[in-house]
Design a protein around this ligand. Structure first.
Ligand SMILES: Cc1cc2nc3c(=O)[nH]c(=O)nc-3n(C[C@H](O)[C@H](O)[C@H](O)COP(=O)(O)OP(=O)(O)OC[C@H]3O[C@@H](n4cnc5c(N)ncnc54)[C@H](O)[C@@H]3O)c2cc1C
Length: 254
């Protein structure tokens, strides 16, 4: 089985600053590009003059219009490109989308935890959810209306710098009775800590949660951006659990 993702051209039609750290790009994408419908699906984005990808959630995709919400960090390859209005009109490359959210049919609640990079996925997941949904969002900006009113949201201030205390937050969540689904994404070290907690302390089966490292705290540009797509596809083809696949992804990036 080939693990190479298909790629598509897309043109940036608009750039809207949603908040100090979040920029919305609307792209006209090749009509052959098709959403998987999985609400945390992501694409790889290659911006002009670059060959490395960075990964972004498909905030929405309909009628050839692809919407990405991009976080602007202190520095970074896509950060520097998206910070300027000149990105409008550019042709970029996007890879075929992949998603990993897999809520069991009998789940009676949903809990989502993440930072600003996970907010687009949490927004889309919550919009598609049919069970009571709680969200913990660690974000530096005010984004009224970004998350559906149907979800119960706890907004958390980031601790400053590139820090995150999401693992600690997640460890102290009061777990609802009955079966549900837990989804979490953000800084990789935090995600590793929470995976251990879910496996060892809560002894949850890997089908009850999905925890993904979306970025690694480091100084300067990320040196190794590894496409989660091929690892995901190869892992699934080999019958690995989500847990094993995301662990393998973290290792590939370290
Ligand atoms: C499946 C998946 C879905 C994702 N969805 C989104 C999304 O919808 N929107 C989005 O903005 N990001 C998303 N991300 C995260 C995004 O790919 C990374 O944050 C990426 O590193 C940003 O690229 P960059 O070129 O701006 O910075 P890079 O050149 O990669 O990194 C530059 C510097 O910024 C630091 N850095 C990177 N990310 C962060 C961060 N989040 N907070 C603080 N410092 C950081 C790095 O440690 C490095 O020092 C997703 C990642 C994955 C794997």
């Amino acid at each position: 089985m080939s693990t190479k993702a298909r790629t598509y051209d897309a043109r940036v039609d608009s750039r809207v600053q949603l908040s100090p750290h979040l920029v919305r790009l609307t792209l006209a994408v090749d009509p052959a590009f098709e959403s998987t419908g999985v609400p945390d699906e992501w694409i790889g984005l290659v911006v002009p003059g670059q060959f490395q990808s960075r990964y972004y959630t498909v905030r929405s995709c309909a009628s050839g219009e692809l919407v990405l919400d991009v976080v602007v960090h202190d520095q970074g390859l896509v950060t520097e490109w998206v910070a300027l209005d000149e990105c409008v009109g550019a042709t970029v490359t996007v890879t075929e989308p992949k998603g990993s959210f897999a809520m069991p049919a009998d789940a009676s609640w949903l809990m989502l935890v993440g930072d600003l990079t996970a907010l687009p996925a949490m927004a889309r997941i919550a919009e598609s959810a049919t069970v009571p949904t709680r969200i913990w969002a660690e974000v530096p900006d005010e984004l009224p209306g970004y998350l559906t009113e149907r979800a119960t949201v706890t907004w958390l201030d980031p601790p400053g710098g590139d820090g995150s205390r999401l693992a600690e937050v997640a460890q102290h969540i009061e777990w609802p009775a009955r079966e549900g689904y837990f989804w979490m994404a953000g800084e990789s070290a935090q995600m590793r800590a929470i995976r251990k907690h879910l496996m060892r302390d809560r002894q949850l089966p890997s089908t009850a949660y999905d925890v993904m490292g979306y970025w690694r705290a480091s100084s300067g540009r990320q040196l190794r951006a590894v496409d989660p797509g091929p690892i995901w596809r190869a892992g699934k083809a080999a019958g690995k659990s989500d847990e094993e696949i995301w662990q393998q992804y973290d290792e590939a990036r370290s």
